[in-house]
Design a protein around this ligand. Structure first.
Ligand SMILES: Cc1cc2nc3c(=O)[nH]c(=O)nc-3n(C[C@H](O)[C@H](O)[C@H](O)COP(=O)(O)O)c2cc1C
Length: 186
């Protein structure tokens, strides 16, 4: 038996990213849960940003951004990037974070975070409360801890998941199948 729940509740877990926006000098950091890959070729990420955010102005001005993914140990930093505004604070200095140069974009990467995805903005659309910015991924960086023989060790990655205001860790992932396995077993 199912019950109807509010359409404002999200019934799946979402990733968390601290997105850097702006150029090298004025770069800001904003925590976002509205993040998802929406196209394979070219690889495109969509992010949903409220127009009241300081970062929104920077996203409108500079057509690039970087998705920086924190580890579970960096949850407090992630939360702080999502509760204070770059309008009044320099989050880099306040949180002891270091700017790292990207390969393609001028927006800095967060050096302390293990995963950084450089994106070039290819479009945006207001859907109501939030503007969706589409960013084509132009370079990916991942800590070598998570790479063996040039392949990503997904089971070693324990990033934060977000659901309705709660942060979760995915400790001890149990592999339950490989994509396409249902077809092979027919
Ligand atoms: C876990 C978490 C998820 C968030 N997700 C979003 C989001 O997807 N979109 C958004 O506009 N704001 C989101 N926020 C709120 C912004 O991160 C927050 O308002 C931030 O302080 C804005 O920073 P800025 O003013 O420096 O741009 C989130 C905050 C937290 C803590």
């Amino acid at each position: 038996m199912k019950k109807e729940v509010s359409i404002n509740q999200t019934l799946f877990s979402m990733p968390i990213a601290c997105v850097t926006v702006g150029n090298w000098g004025n770069a800001n950091i904003i925590t976002l849960a509205y993040v998802g890959k929406v196209c394979m070729n070219p690889p495109v990420i969509a992010i949903g940003v409220h127009p009241a955010r300081y970062s929104h102005t920077l996203l409108e001005t500079y057509p690039e951004f970087v998705l920086n993914i924190p580890t579970v140990e960096q949850t407090k930093i992630m939360d702080a990037c999502g509760t204070i505004s770059g309008r009044n604070h320099n989050k880099w200095e306040l949180l002891g974070l270091t700017k790292e140069k990207g390969i393609v974009v001028n927006t800095p990467l967060i050096a302390e975070f293990p995963c950084n995805m450089e994106c070039k903005t290819v479009g945006f659309q207001s859907l109501g409360s939030h503007t969706v910015f589409f960013g084509e991924i132009v370079a990916n960086h991942l800590d070598e801890l998570y790479i063996t023989n040039q392949s990503i060790q997904s089971d070693k990655i324990d990033f934060i998941l977000y659901m309705n205001g709660m942060y979760y860790k995915t400790e001890k992932k149990t592999l339950i199948g490989l994509q396409g396995f249902s077809k092979k077993e027919k």
